[in-house]
Design a protein around this ligand. Structure first.
Ligand code: ARG
Length: 469
């Protein structure tokens, strides 16, 4: 049984049938398909197409179909071309020929777009929740890296209980300036916050109802599409039937959101891969989130982070694939559009698999604070050395040059900047005895106290902003 046999004398070639069928992919829309049909039955009943008895029979039948899907009892048959066919076939088995009235004024073109959007409206909150949980893991780590007592004021001498964890910050993967580990953790929080905002923003464009557009030109049934939209939880009906059956912007945008998240996770993953290597040795993964080597007994591999990095590439491929499919299409529905669902489902499954694992791995990671601290050396305060001269009214350009000379002189003398004698400094510029203070990394951190900087107060403000207090 196909939905379109009337004008054909021959049945479809079996290989062509298999190519055409989309059930393996779109059976995932089963519940949405039934919900859309229930709402459509209500709409055409109100429009006078279904009698009260027909409406009751169809609604009851659809409720049974939905129950069968929910309980896993539904069985597909080989002739089920797609989920819409399967639902109608089963409904016919349950209630007989009345089932044939359900499709009045409707097309699979507006139906599939409706199902897909409904599915997405239900899935975005799941992605958001997974993102939110990973953000919580990052904030927990940031707070753990923050001093709980006695936040240090600028120039504090004694280090005690309240010591914040310091680490080198990098540009070009070269040690650049000292930062708070908490600041680093939170640097991975904000990209995910933007990802959530993007998903939220997308929701408004997903929430447009295609149903009632017919195949392309609109439905001849006088259905109240505003009420229909509302009954399915959409914000409003689509304003143009031609556009609405072919609009897959929401799918492309969703894939962009997924890819952007993938890229953010990849960046985090790459840093964890580096920072867990013996060369950095800033973190150690818990056994529960690392893997061994079949050959080398000593290995502890960051596979979950490498996979995260790798899957970002796969996500990007899904996005470009769909965009390429959409690029060549004329207006309204074309069968190419059947290619829209697989990448969206794959991207969703990928992110829902990665996000909780990364959250778990970060919650259980060991921070090697001593290693991080010892990776900070005085040359990383060379900018502070220039800033020191700026405070003594040397223009920054000149100060930069003099600090550079100091770095070179220390290199030539084979001493570190903080050990270089004052006379050597004074031969270069207007340095005084207080220059040694510059090489305290906590002082360097505390100097960066404007909004968004790495000082304790700025990071505290970030945490407060996150927590909304
Ligand atoms: N399986 C199709 C899809 O996913 C449903 C719409 C089919 N429409 C049609 N005119 N054949 O796009």
């Amino acid at each position: 049984m196909t939905l379109w046999g009337g004008r054909f004398t021959q049945s479809l070639d079996s290989l062509a049938w298999a190519l055409n069928a989309s059930l393996p992919v779109d059976q995932r829309l089963a519940i949405q398909d039934v919900d859309g049909s229930l709402a459509w039955a209500d709409a055409i009943h109100k429009a006078g197409i279904l009698s009260d008895e027909e409406h009751a029979s169809i609604s009851l039948g659809l409720a049974t179909v939905k129950e069968e899907f929910s309980s896993g009892e539904f069985s597909f048959v080989p002739s089920d071309e797609d989920i819409h066919t399967a639902v109608e076939r089963r409904l016919t088995e349950l209630i007989g020929v009345t089932a044939g009235k359900l499709h009045t004024g409707r097309s699979r073109n507006d139906q599939v777009a409706t199902d897909f959007r409904l599915w997405m409206l239900g899935t975005i909150p799941l992605l958001e929740a997974a993102l939110k949980d990973l953000q919580s893991a990052l904030v927990e780590q940031a707070e753990a890296a923050f001093p709980h007592t006695n936040p240090s004021p600028l120039g504090r001498g004694a280090r005690g209980e309240g010591e914040p964890i310091l680490m080198p910050g990098y540009t070009h993967l070269q040690r650049a300036q000292p930062i708070l580990l908490a600041h680093w953790w939170l640097s991975h929080y904000w990209p995910l916050q933007r990802d959530r905002a993007r998903l939220n923003d997308l929701t408004a464009r997903v929430s447009i109802l295609p149903l009632g557009s017919g195949a392309l030109a609109g439905t001849p049934i006088p259905v109240d599409r505003v009420a229909l939209a509302e009954s399915l939880g959409f914000a409003e009906p689509s304003p143009n039937s031609l556009d609405s059956v072919s609009d897959r912007d929401f799918a492309a945008e969703y894939l962009f959101c997924a890819t952007m998240t993938g890229i953010h996770l990849s960046k985090l993953a790459e840093q964890i891969v580096l920072f867990t290597s013996s060369e950095f040795d800033f973190f150690e993964l818990s056994d529960a989130f690392s893997t061994g080597s079949s050959l080398m007994p000593q290995k502890k591999n960051p596979d979950v982070f490498e996979l995260t990095r790798g899957k970002a590439g796969t996500l990007l491929g899904l996005l470009t694939g769909l965009l390429a499919t959409l690029k060549g299409l004329p207006s309204t529905y074309d069968k190419d559009l059947q290619e829209d669902k697989a990448p969206v489902f794959a991207a969703t499954d990928t992110l829902l698999a990665i996000l909780p694992v990364i959250a778990g791995a970060l919650r259980t990671i060991t921070v090697k604070a001593e290693r991080m601290r010892s990776a900070i050396d005085a040359t990383m305060m060379a900018t502070d050395l220039a800033d020191y001269l700026v405070e003594k009214d040397v223009p920054f350009r000149k100060a930069h040059e003099l600090a550079g000379k100091a770095v070179r002189a220390a290199g030539e003398k084979k001493v570190s900047l903080e050990k270089m004698p004052l006379e050597a400094y004074q031969a270069i510029g207007p340095f005084e005895a207080d220059v040694v203070q510059v090489f305290d990394p906590l002082r360097s951190v505390e100097k960066r106290n404007a909004i968004g900087g790495t000082s304790l107060q700025s990071v505290k403000d970030q945490i407060q902003k996150i927590k909304g207090v």
